[in-house]
Structures are given as structure tokens and as C-alpha cells.
Design a protein around this ligand. Sequence first.
Ligand SMILES: Nc1nc2c(ncn2[C@@H]2O[C@H](COP(=O)(O)OP(=O)(O)OP(=O)(O)O)[C@@H](O)[C@H]2O)c(=O)[nH]1
Ligand SMILES: [Mg+2]
Length: 458
Amino acid sequence: MFDTIRDRISQAFGGLRGKKVISESVLENTLRQVRRALLEADVALPVAKEFISLVKARASQADVLTSLTPDQTILTIVHEELTNVIGRSNVPLDLKGPKPSIILIAGLQGSGKTTTAAKLAKLLATQDQKKVMLASVDVYRPAAIDQLRTHAELIGVDFFEPNLRKHPVVIAKSAVKKAVKNVSDVIILDTAGRLHVDSAMMNELKRIARAVKPTETLFVIDAMIGQDAVNSAAEFNSALDLTGVVVTKLDSDTRGGALLSVRHVTGKPVKFIGVGEHVDAIEHFHPDRIASRILGMGDILSIIESAQQKADQQKAKKLEQKLRKGRRMDLSDYRDQMMMTQDMGGIANIAKLLPGMPTNAMPHLNNAESEVRREIAIINSMTPHERRFPSIIRGSRRVRISTGAGVASRDVNQLLRKFDKLQRMTKKMTRKKGKMKNMPGMNQMPDMEDLMSKLRMR
Ligand SMILES: Nc1nc2c(ncn2[C@@H]2O[C@H](COP(=O)(O)OP(=O)(O)OP(=O)(O)O)[C@@H](O)[C@H]2O)c(=O)[nH]1
Ligand SMILES: [Mg+2]
């Protein structure tokens, strides 16, 4: 997904990377390339134009170009504005009203309506434990009903058997009546699609909507169609009171234009994306994550999230409190910090997850990791008293510890020297700032913030 646009944008930013001073003309040139990348990805022209002008206005401010890291500041602005264009934040379905909630699915032929209806049914039934009923008013294609029935059976949700001789509006009403009787939480109404927007289809949809008053009216759009899809989105939006959009087929080799434009064109949030033919292949849409993907920031956010979850927050807090009280960090605290790095999967493993990690950085990271392991072994060989007062470690104690840890005496010395330095540094830091930004011991890790910002520039 988005491979081409990502490559093009990354090329555009290549010229900024690491620059300490960025002139107006370099900025101009970069944004021109970004604009071209967006248009090549089939992003609607007004969307691309507005996006670029917003970025330009913010990036041209003097404090950005003269900031310490103008390249990163500009990329942050681009990320924020791109997120804004595609929707700011995730907007979930609003199913809080009286039951049953009615979800009407509309869209052009083959856009993925029936598949999406089934995917949503499964999502709501399994994740939200809703009692779901699937119904179709697509009387034009006999196979359409069978297709939805099969899905309902496979997922294990209720299915409304329509009377195909009746008009779609009548079927829709009966389906809702059945859902009420059935005490369903949600009924999902699948509709027929046409190749192009035509007034007969739109009238029928409008009549269905008027008859059943849907809680959610979702427009399903095929990401592969590009500009045409965006035009049809505008037409559906003016005919129906859309509450959201589902962009499908994002797993295919799409250029991404529909996804990037549809929010701007309709003013309606993309609520879900379809990422495959399978009934599980649906995701809640998170604009910030998609923006990160497009800007080649990969899944950094997810990585940070999981690292944060794994890090032992309590231990870190305890140490911070201890240091704030003016007490010294000892070697047990240091060991806790080191073990936390290991719990997070090790430095090299974390780094491996980062997209575009330079391969020549790996040996260095592996070294850092084996050093962490060595240091933990050394500290494990000490007595609690030695961990608290490392200055007593000399002569025979040092020999005992190094033998116990299976390392050379100088490794013990090296750790002690390093720890002494660290202790003095943290003392200074806590005294100066009253607040610790970087946890001691973590300085062994590559500076993650720096690393991330470098990776963002790739
Ligand atoms: N790769 C991929 N294929 C999808 C996705 N969603 C739907 N499809 C496929 O697209 C084709 C059309 O999907 P349907 O759900 O039948 O589309 P529809 O809008 O109901 O079509 P009509 O009822 O004929 O208007 C099927 O082959 C689906 O498997 C998706 O997210 N990814
Ligand atoms: Mg269908």
C-alpha cells in the first residue's frame, strides 16, 4: 500500500535531510515535489493544493527554517497536515441510539459493499458482542442474496430472507421490522450498485433511507478507482446523508488517491478500511497511522506503543522518585534499567522493526546488546551491599565478581567507571532540572528520539 507515493515523498525530503539551514527556495522545491507525488497518486487537485499551501504557510515561518532541526520540524508539520486532511482521528460508528441500529451500505457496483457488510457484521458480533442481522435489498442480481446469505452463515449471524418479488423499499422496511422482533442490536442493509451514478439508483437509495432512517449511512469506495471514485463520492454525499466512508481494496496496488481525497471532498470521515477479500480484512481507520505510513515513518507509532507497554513503568517511576528525593542510584537500579531494554526485545530487535534501518547500524547495536548482557551478569555476581556501595569493589572482590560472571577483571572495572560517571551525571541532572527526562542507564541505548527522527527522513 502506498509504495509509490511513499518513495516519491521520501525522495522529495531527501534534499532536506540533515540540513541545518533550509532556504525558502529549497523548501519551495521540496513542496513542489511533494505536490507532484500527491497528484501522481491520484489525489484530487484541490486537496493537494490546499494541503501544500497549509504546509507552506506553517513551514515558512522564520522560527521553523532557523530551528535547530528544520528538516524534522518540516516533516512534523507535513505529518500533522496530512493527518488533518485525511481525518484527524478515528471516528467510530455511532450506535448508541435506540435498537436496532441500522447501517445502510451504499456505493458503486463492485466497490465491495456486500463484502464490507459481512466484515462489519463479523466485527460488531465478535468485538462488540452485538446481535447482528444481515439483509440485502439487491433484488436485481439473484446471486447477490446468496452471496450475503453465505457470509451470514459462515460468520454465524442472523440473515433476513427477502421476498424478491417486493420492491427494495418494502424489503428494507420488512427487514428492519424483523430485526426489531428479533431484538437485534444492529441490522446491516446491503444495497445494489450500479456501474455509474444514475438517478434511478439514487432515487431508490433515497427512498430506502427515508423509509428506514438509518443510524449510519456508509459509502463504500474502491481505492483502485482513483479520481472517478472521488467524483462519485461527491454525488453520493449530496444525495444521501452519509455518516461515514469505507475505503476498500487498500491491500491491492493502489496509489492511494481515493483514501487521501475522500474526506476532503465529502467532509465525511473514513471510518474503516478494507484490506483484503477475507471477512476479517477490515480495520478501523487511523489517519495519523496512515500519514506515518505514507511518510515512510512505518509502524513507528505501534513500535513505541508496544515498547511503552512492555517497559516496566512502575520501576522507572520508583527510581525517579528515589532520585528526586536526592538518593543515589545504585547498581540494582541500573540493572533494572538494563533488563527493561531486554524485555522490550533487545536493542537490535527494536531497531530491526524500524523501517529503513541502515544495515551498517546493526553490528553496533548487537555489540550494545551483548554489553547489556555482560553488565547484567556482572551485577548479578555482586552482593546487595556491593551493588549499593560499588566503591568497595577492589582486589579480591573484583576477582570474585569477574569469575562469577565469566568476564575479565577489566570488564568489571569498565562497568564501575561507567556507572560512576552515570551516577555523577544523574546527580547533576536531578539537581538542575528537578525532573529527569532520560532515565539513567537508558543512555546505553541508541538515542531513540534521534534514531526515529533520522528514520523519518528516509
Ligand atoms: N482485495 C480486496 N478485494 C476486495 C475487498 N473488498 C471487496 N473485495 C472484492 O471485490 C469484489 C467485489 O466485492 P463485493 O462485495 O461483491 O462488491 P459489491 O459492491 O457488493 O458489488 P455489487 O453488489 O455487484 O455492486 C469481490 O471479489 C470482493 O472479494 C478488499 O478490501 N480487498
Ligand atoms: Mg453486492
